[in-house]
Design a protein around this ligand. Structure first.
Ligand code: DI6
Ligand code: FE
Length: 402
C-alpha cells in the first residue's frame, strides 16, 4: 500500500449503486487513496486503521457516485434560437433539416470557429454540467463533417479535460449528417469517413468510440454497417443514434455490432430490445430531445425492462434538439415522461451511464478500486434528486478524491 495523501468521508447517507439503486446506507463512509476508493460502506465495517490524513464530514447528506453524462454534443459554435422560433411557428425538426438548417447550420458555424473558440464555448456549458455533480462527460464530434473540423472538435473535447477536473470520453460522429459538398452522395461520404477521417483521428488518439446517426434524414443501415465494420476492425467500440425519428431497426443494428449503447430509441421495437439485451447494449434515454421536439412516441421502456436491457439517461446537450445541460432535469423528465423509477433514474446517470461508455469497471458505483468520484447532495433520499424540477441540490463534487 502506498502512503499518498488520503481522505475519509464520514456521516454519509451512501447510495453505492452496487445493489439496488435506491438502497441507502444510513451511517456510511468512503475511504479514498490516490484518487481511488479503498472502502465504501457502513462506518461500522470500517477497517480499524484507515491511515487517512484528512476527514470530510458529510453531515448526513446523501452521497452518490459522481454523475456520468454519457451522450452530449457539447462542443459546437453558434446557437439555433432562430430555429427554435421556427418550430414554435409549426415547422418540424426534419423539415428544417431538409431545408439546410438544423445540424447543417451548426456545421457552418463550427467549421468557421478555431479550436480555442470551440473550447471556450464548450467550457461555459461544461461548468454548468460540473455544477450539478457530473464527473465524467462524453463528447461527440459531428459538426465538422470534414477531417480538419472534426479534428478541431475532438481536440477541443480533449482540451476540456485539461482545463477542468472532469474525465472526457470522445465519440467520433463523422456520420452525423451529410455535408453539403457531398452533394447527396452518402455512400461516397461514408467511404471518406471510413478511409480518411477515422484512421487519421484514431491515430491521433482522439477517438474513444465511433458513433453514427441511423435515420432517414441521415445514414442508412447499410452505411452504418460499413462504418461499424471499419470501426471494429480498428478495435474501436461503437454506439448509435438509433430509432429517434423512425424505426429503421437501429437498436438491432447496434446490437449486431456489439455496440456499447443505442441512443434515443423512441421508435425502437421489441426485436431491437431483445437484440440489445442479448448483446449487452445499453439503451440511452434522452428525454431532452423528446421534450424539445415535442415527440409523442415514447421509448419502449417497458419492453426494455421485460428483456433486461440496461437503461442510461443523458442530456444529449446540443444546440438543436436538446439545448440542455442539466442531468438532474433529464432524470426528472425520464421519470415524468417515461415513468422510469427513481432507482432507474439514479442508476441511469451513474452505473448504467458508465456501462454505456465501457467504463463500468472504473466509475459509476462506489466500490473499492473505482475512482473516488462523488456527488454530495443537500438531500437525504434519491427520490429528492429526481422529483424537483430545475433544482440543483449539489453540496460538493469530488473528482478523484479532490
Ligand atoms: N440526434 C439528435 O438529437 C442530435 N443529433 C442527432 O443525431 C441533434 C443534433 C442537432 O440538432 O444539432
Ligand atoms: Fe445525440
Amino acid at each position: 500500500m502506498n502512503n499518498g495523501p488520503s481522505r475519509i468521508f464520514l456521516n454519509a447517507r451512501l447510495a453505492c449503486l452496487t445493489g439496488s439503486a435506491t438502497e441507502v446506507i444510513a451511517d456510511g463512509a468512503v475511504v479514498e487513496r490516490d484518487g481511488r476508493i479503498v472502502f465504501a460502506g457502513s462506518a461500522a465495517a470500517l477497517p480499524r486503521d484507515t491511515g487517512t490524513s484528512e476527514v470530510f464530514d458529510c453531515d448526513g447528506r446523501l452521497v452518490t457516485p459522481g454523475l456520468v453524462d454519457c451522450h452530449t454534443h457539447i462542443v459546437y459554435a453558434g446557437n439555433r434560437a432562430a430555429e427554435f422560433e421556427q418550430r414554435l411557428l409549426g415547422k418540424t425538426y426534419a423539415e428544417i433539416a431538409r431545408a439546410g438548417g438544423g445540424i447543417a447550420a451548426t456545421v457552418r458555424e463550427t467549421r468557421a470557429a478555431d479550436e480555442d473558440h470551440l473550447t471556450t464555448g464548450a467550457l461555459a456549458r461544461v461548468d454548468r454540467v460540473i455544477a450539478e455533480g457530473v464527473t465524467t462527460l462524453e463528447v461527440k464530434s459531428g459538426y465538422g463533417l470534414e477531417l480538419a473540423s472534426e479534428q478541431r472538435m475532438l481536440r477541443a473535447a480533449r482540451a476540456i479535460a485539461e482545463r477542468r477536473p472532469i474525465r472526457v470520453v470522445t465519440s467520433f460522429l463523422g456520420a452525423h449528417a451529410l455535408p453539403p459538398e457531398a452533394a447527396g452522395d452518402g455512400d461516397a461520404y461514408i467511404t471518406e469517413v471510413c478511409e480518411t477521417m477515422l484512421p487519421a483521428l484514431a491515430a491521433e488518439g482522439l477517438v474513444d468510440a465511433v458513433d453514427g446517426f441511423c435515420e432517414t434524414i441521415a445514414f442508412s443501415p447499410a452505411q452504418i454497417n460499413r462504418l461499424f465494420d471499419k470501426a471494429r476492425k480498428q478495435g474501436l467500440p461503437v454506439k448509435l443514434h438509433a430509432d429517434q425519428l423512425s424505426n429503421l431497426g437501429g437498436g438491432a443494428i447496434a446490437a449486431r455490432h456489439g455496440a456499447l449503447s443505442a441512443d434515443h430509441l423512441e421508435y425502437a421495437d421489441a426485436e431491437s430490445a431483445a437484440a440489445m439485451a442479448a448483446a449487452g447494449t445499453v439503451a440511452v434515454i434522452l428525454p431532452g430531445a423528446f421534450y424539445t421536439l415535442r415527440e409523442t412516441r415514447r421509448p419502449p421502456v417497458e419492453e426494455f425492462r421485460r428483456h433486461g436491457v440496461r437503461m442510461a439517461i443523458a442530456t444529449d446537450c446540443n444546440p438543436g434538439s436538446s439545448p440542455m445541460t442539466s442531468l438532474l432535469l433529464a432524470m426528472n423528465m425520464a421519470a415524468t415522461f417515461f415513468q422510469m423509477t427513481v432507482a432507474e433514474c439514479l442508476a441511469g446517470v451513474t452505473r448504467e451511464a458508465a456501462r454505456a461508455l465501457g467504463l463500468g469497471d472504473e466509475i459509476g458505483t462506489l466500490a473499492p478500486g473505482k475512482w473516488c468520484d462523488l456527488a454530495i447532495w443537500e438531500v437525504e433520499q434519491p427520490a429528492e434528486l429526481v422529483y424537483p424540477i430545475g433544482v440543483n441540490s449539489l453540496h460538493k463534487r469530488i473528482w478523484r478524491g479532490k
